[in-house]
Design a protein around this ligand. Structure first.
Ligand code: 3HC
Length: 311
């Protein structure tokens, strides 16, 4: 009976248990989850671009190998997440089409350019740091395949975050020019990282429902505040200045006060008008087209090795 299915689903959520692919779920839950999962998967694979730009220009073999491994990890994260999204009944080709046609989003920060080598460090320290703050609660998301994918993704993101910190640490202990380059990168990446958490709660379309369904656990603002509180002592340890004159400890709240990102700019970038939106999407489409022969070869190989049909 429909009302019994609905009651079973609600009881599962209320008991904080996992919804699994075979379980009945309301259409709105499935759609909302698929929207977030697809956006998340897209962010992983389009998010390879800003750093991949620097692989061939890394200053040492060690830094090149580390960056290569990190960018490859992001591709892996995309694969776990597309696989999780597929369990909701939409195939990967359809998800990629939606990305390529601009119908499905990816995170805003990816649409900013990486101008110097220090940007790879600032990106990893700040945006992977923000990704961890956002994604650790997603390990307890109500949808089983999403929550399980997040466990491994978060472990790898932790490594990425530390390597970004290490890269900036090295630059901050280098020449004056290297220190200036690191500071300039932090100045440019701080606000795109803060904006990653999305619009303020009052303007968030999905948070209320996603939190009731335990897809999300915290509001965008709660996670943004947590991120700021974590970053301040790390910035002090690095010796970089966070570019916000309004940043100060508020003993009454037990948190740092800070200046919010420009949400009008976030909306513009999400609409497609960021500094590198067109370039990112064009590159993604080209990579997909150039990879067609790999997909065809993999499909032919799988068909050749598939067990013969019985009878
Ligand atoms: N960039 C782009 N779009 C954003 C955004 C952002 N920073 N923040 C919000 N939006 C969009 C939402 O997708 C939504 O649009 P839609 O209805 O068309 O989907 C709209 O703005 C309103 O925002 P809401 O707050 O209502 O949306 P959500 O409840 O979905 O919250 C979110 C936004 C916090 C980004 C949430 O979707 C989320 O947690 N997503 C998963 C996190 C994620 O994508 N992580 C990837 C990190 S990238 C990475 O790790 C790779 C890198 O390291 C290279």
């Amino acid at each position: 009976q429909p009302h019994e299915r609905q009651a079973r689903f609600e009881a599962l959520i209320a008991a904080d248990r996992k919804v699994e692919p075979g379980d009945w779920m309301p259409d709105a839950y499935r759609e909302n989850l698929l929207r977030q999962l697809a956006q998340h998967a897209n962010s992983e694979i389009v998010g390879m671009q800003p750093e991949a730009h620097w692989i061939a220009r890394a200053p040492s073999l060690k830094r090149k190998a580390v960056l290569l491994a990190k960018v490859q990890d992001e591709a892996g994260h995309g694969l776990y997440l597309y696989a999780a999204a597929e369990t909701l009944g939409t195939d990967r080709a359809a998800l990629l089409n939606a990305l390529h046609e601009g119908r499905q989003k990816y995170l805003s920060f990816i649409n900013y350019p990486t101008l110097t080598w220090a940007d790879t460090g600032a990106l990893a320290w700040l945006t992977d740091g923000a990704a961890i703050v956002n994604q650790v609660p997603l390990c307890r998301s109500s949808y089983g395949p999403y929550a399980r994918a997040m466990v491994r993704v978060c472990k790898e993101e932790s490594f990425h975050h530390r390597q970004g910190f290490d890269s900036l640490w090295t630059l901050m202990r280098g020449t004056p020019a290297q220190r200036a380059m690191a500071q300039d990168a932090v100045d440019r990446w701080w606000y795109p990282a803060l904006a990653m958490f999305g619009p303020p709660h009052t303007a968030s379309t999905h948070s209320e429902r996603s939190m009731a369904w335990r897809i999300k656990r915290f509001t965008n603002d709660e996670l943004r505040q947590r991120f700021v509180d974590i970053c301040v002592p790390q910035a002090e340890a690095l010796g970089v200045r966070l570019p916000d004159p309004g940043l100060r400890w508020n003993a009454g709240r037990g948190h740092y006060d800070f200046t919010e990102p420009d949400y009008a700019e976030l909306a513009r970038v999400v609409r497609g008008d960021g500094p590198a939106n067109r370039q990112r999407l064009a590159h993604r489409r080209r990579a997909h087209e150039e990879g067609a022969w790999v997909r065809e070869a993999a499909a032919a190989y799988a068909a050749k090795h598939a067990p013969a049909a019985p009878g």
